[in-house]
Design a binder for this molecule. Structure first.
Ligand code: SF4
Length: 577
């Protein structure tokens, strides 16, 4: 069978997804989206038993029940394929067994039965076996591991028809290239593992089919995204033991990290990996970012680029459309200036910690409080002027003017006074940064850009093709575009916290010739404050529910993807009030 025809066969697990929700099928099969959650990680590590031969090849004793696991089956006629969990053979009868994690549902009499999507999946497997062995199968079994029950599924005429219809529908949907709309108010969404990636309520709101505040079907901040593991000990070695990563230094184990709780690994400088650790990370879909010892991004290791090529084609086409570019550029610049002003206002208030992060009710009162503060009013003015800008160059001028005002006033937000003046800030400088405050700002921007770069790859876009930042060799223009709105509220905010709460001291910096660097301890303090900041909850400016910054970053990238594939009309920047 040729490679080409292989790729056209739809996995039977996708028929299961289709019957659960057509949008879910499209996301998983066409866009190649995979939910990050514990069962996925757990399953991908455990199902490693080698493929085995067909039951017809086994020598057996009479009446012996033979179980054959993980058998590859494919049919050009049906256009489907499967790796069947188990095929049982006894007394000449072959039964396909599909294993499911949950409990078996019950009918009114309390008898277990199989969900329709599970029944269709096992029936499709049965039909593949029939074609392969030229033998008729009477039934299949769905084994629900949660309740340890085997539920018999007779392959009736109706079930076979349902299965063939599902195959037909799946092929049609895959060919349309158009994502189906989300389910509206369905009880399936809260228990769907793709919910945080599909964003059904949010999509319906953007299409004008739902009002805010959204129930937030599930609180997005409550979904555990897993930890980011930073490894900066030079000479550290990362291996895998069982289902955990083990980090050693000088042959001493310094960290034991279960893979199931991990979302990303970020390493600085000379850190070694065992091949097995690399394989486990690839298999569990955990990207590894490589940075120089000074924090310069070098690259990322991840399983593969998203298979959703049409999304990237839409991105490239949109990057050449002047109206789209202008709309994106305006939103990016407006949101950045807005958030710079918001951070400045918040930091200049007497007790900013006592105020909620995003108290929408008081936004008018807040601006009145600063009506005599010239820099803040000039930022407000520049933000409003973005609406009348005609070209991206005009916006660049406004952004430059706003950045000048913002950094001229940055020192007003630093409330500690170091005797040596270590944390004095006069102006932004970089490449290399020459003083501790600029060092922290540059490092924070580098970490934020890495986060955006990683989120963009996860969603399946090209980080090098942006809309506001002009694509240049080696410049991740889209990551730079999308980080603008988060620069003040995540990166600058972390810098201010580190300095004002004295989480870093002058000893955490090394000055060398004309440059200034963070020490290993300084970086440790930074990572802790940075990850903490990303877990801060805010009220979403559009949807009105609570979300943390880490989730907000990924959601913004997903919204851009939704705009590019025509799922929602326009991109809205993330702004705080
Ligand atoms: S969240 Fe709801 S609409 Fe989205 S894929 Fe899942 S079931 Fe379908």
């Amino acid at each position: 069978m040729s490679q080409e025809s292989d790729s056209e066969q739809i996995p039977v697990s996708m028929l299961n997804a289709l019957l659960y929700c057509e949008r879910r099928f499209y996301l998983e099969y066409v866009e190649g989206v995979m939910a990050y959650n514990a069962p996925v990680v757990d399953g991908s590590l455990k199902h490693q038993k080698p493929l085995q031969s067909s039951p017809a090849m086994h020598k057996r004793k009479k009446e012996e029940k033979i179980k054959t696991r993980n058998i590859f089956l494919g049919s050009e006629i049906l256009g489907i394929m499967a790796v069947a969990d188990i095929l049982e053979e006894a007394n000449g009868e072959i039964i396909a067994v599909e294993q499911k994690r949950g409990k078996a549902p019950r009918d009114e009499q309390g008898n277990p039965f199989a969900w329709e999507n599970d029944a269709v999946q096992v029936c499709a497997q049965g039909m593949l076996v029939e074609e392969c062995l030229q033998k008729n199968l009477e039934k299949g079994i769905v084994y629900y591991m949660g309740s340890r029950e085997r539920v018999e599924v007779p392959f009736t005429k109706e079930l076979r028809e349902k299965t063939l219809n599902a195959i037909k529908k799946a092929k049609e949907l895959a060919e349309t290239g158009k994502i189906p709309p989300p389910l509206n108010g369905s009880p399936r969404c809260p228990s769907c593992s793709l919910l945080p990636l599909c964003l059904p309520e949010e999509t319906l709101y953007c299409k004008g089919q739902k009002n805010t505040p959204l129930s937030g079907t599930i609180a997005l901040s409550d979904i555990d995204l897993g930890k980011v593991l930073y490894v900066q000990e030079q000479g550290a070695y990362i291996a895998v033991k069982g289902e955990s990563l083990v980090v050693s230094h000088n042959k001493e184990e310094i960290l034991h990290q279960p893979l199931v709780d991990l979302s990303e690994v970020v390493v600085f400088g000379n850190v070694q990996f065992s091949t097995q650790a690399m394989q486990a990370l690839l298999q569990t879909n955990i990207p590894v970012s490589f940075l120089s010892v000074y924090g310069r991004f070098k690259g990322i290791l991840q399983p593969e680029i998203s298979k959703h090529g049409p999304l990237r084609i839409a991105q490239y086409k949109s990057a050449l459309e002047p109206d789209f570019v202008m709309q994106m550029a305006r939103e990016i610049v407006k949101s950045k200036i807005h958030n710079c002003r918001a951070l400045l206002m918040r930091s200049l208030r007497a007790h900013p910690e006592s105020e909620p992060e995003n108290d929408q009710k008081n936004s008018e009162d807040r601006i009145n409080e600063f009506k005599n503060d010239l820099p803040i009013m000039r930022l407000k003015d520049l933000e409003e002027k973005t609406f009348s800008a005609k070209t991206p160059d005009e916006l660049r001028g406004m952004e430059g003017a706003a950045a000048h005002i913002y950094f001229q006033n940055f020192s007003r937000m630093i409330i500690v006074e170091s005797k040596s003046g270590e944390f004095d800030f006069n102006a932004r400088n970089r490449r290399p940064p020459k003083d501790p405050v600029n060092t922290l700002i540059s490092f924070a921007y580098a970490m934020l850009a890495r986060d955006l770069y990683s989120a963009i790859l996860t969603v399946g876009l090209d980080p090098y093709i942006g809309f506001y930042h002009i694509p240049k060799h080696g410049r991740p223009a889209l990551a730079l575009d999308l980080m603008e709105e988060f620069r003040p509220v995540i990166a600058d905010s972390v810098v201010l916290t580190l300095i004002n709460k004295q989480m870093v001291t002058p000893d955490d910096f090394i000055r060398w010739e004309n440059s200034c660097l963070l020490t290993e301890n300084g970086r440790k303090a930074f990572f802790s404050a940075y990850e903490q900041r990303k877990l801060t909850e805010i009220t979403h400016p559009v949807f009105g529910y609570k979300v943390n910054y880490r989730r907000a970053i990924e959601t913004q990238v997903r919204f851009l993807a939704a705009v590019l594939r025509g799922d929602i009309p326009e991109y809205k920047g993330f702004i705080i009030r």
